[in-house]
Design a protein. Structure first.
Length: 129
């Protein structure tokens, strides 16, 4: 389209009227949204015990690692059953290709995070405009 044609179309002085029932349907939608109940809040009281348990587990793990570095390795060696179980887990992970699965998961996570970063930065750009 050329600029003169666009100017002629935009300078048309005819009044643009909405289609029949448009204003009524918009007002109906506005009233429906105003009458809708508020969203359900997150049940923090129910989630708090689980969050406290996770925090306690992480703190005990950190404390154990710090004590291990301060006092050194325990005097009692690791039981042979544990070493055998660890060896069988390592063998199974090699058989199933756990390293490749872990690499695929990490790459998937990184690509999703990167896409979310780009999308959020683009949305922030449009909000500033």
């Amino acid at each position: 389209m050329r600029d003169p044609e666009l100017d002629r179309i935009l300078s048309n002085e005819e009044e643009i009227l909405p289609s029949c029932g448009f204003a009524a349907s918009v007002m109906e939608a506005v009233q429906r949204e105003a009458a809708a109940p508020p969203p359900i809040p997150f049940p923090w009281k129910r989630a708090l015990p689980g969050l406290c348990a996770v925090a306690l587990a992480i703190l005990s793990l950190v404390a154990g690692i710090i004590l291990l570095f301060i006092h050194g390795a325990p005097a009692q060696p690791i039981p042979r059953e544990w070493l055998a179980a660890l060896a069988s887990v390592a063998a199974a992970s090699r058989n199933y290709g756990a390293a490749w699965i872990l690499l695929a998961l990490l790459l998937s996570f990184a690509s999703v995070k990167l896409a979310m970063h780009f999308a959020s930065s683009r949305m922030a750009h449009y909000e500033r405009i």
